[in-house]
Ligand binder design. Sequence first.
Ligand code: ADE
Length: 231
Amino acid sequence: MKTAIVSAMREELAAVLALLPDEQCQRVAGRDFWVGHLHGQEVVAVLARIGKVAAATTATLLAERFRVDRVVFTGVAGGIGSGVSVGDAVVANAFLQHDMDASPLFPRHEVPLYGMSRFEADPALRDALVQAARQALPHAQVHEGLIVSGDRFVSSSAEVRALRAALPDVLAVEMEGAAFAQVCHDFDLPFAAVRTISDRADEAAHRDFLQFVRTVASPASAAIVQALLAA
Ligand code: ADE
């Protein structure tokens, strides 16, 4: 079983890379893929970079070039659901591209020619991530639900209101998950994601963002990945 461990930002991946005893770097399409082991399991750790296209390139390479068996994304997200606070973790049960809109040709949010707007997380991998997050972060609340992605850092209460009006069950927003979910769907690869909430996607979203990623989110990602692969 070869597991891909993916993050969008260097700071998020740093703590995971520090856990690999034997990683070898392969550079493909401008990305460093770190191939090694964690708890005796084969892993490929990679920085996807930010946004849906960068995510799709990375996911395609993991499927076709690195032949992974499953993909786990760890990173940060803006909390949008009521009760989703900074420091909580959100495990996705489904992903949607909030900026996909080919209406009136297709319903808003539907990915054209797929006939669907929501891509489900793999149920077994998602459940394993929930367990791992609960174990790794015993003091954090762990939510499960809809994560939406788009090529925009959301940083206004007005946009949060619009997202909640359009998608009442949304919990968190980020910039890669739904692209990974679509590519993994294409390749029939199990995919799941866990995000630590770094901000509330409001006017203060960018404040202390990098500091939070370094001090809270990166160690949280590493602890969840450890718990997942040790299980
Ligand atoms: N990732 C973390 N916070 C985010 C936000 N507010 N918008 C989009 N992606 C994010």
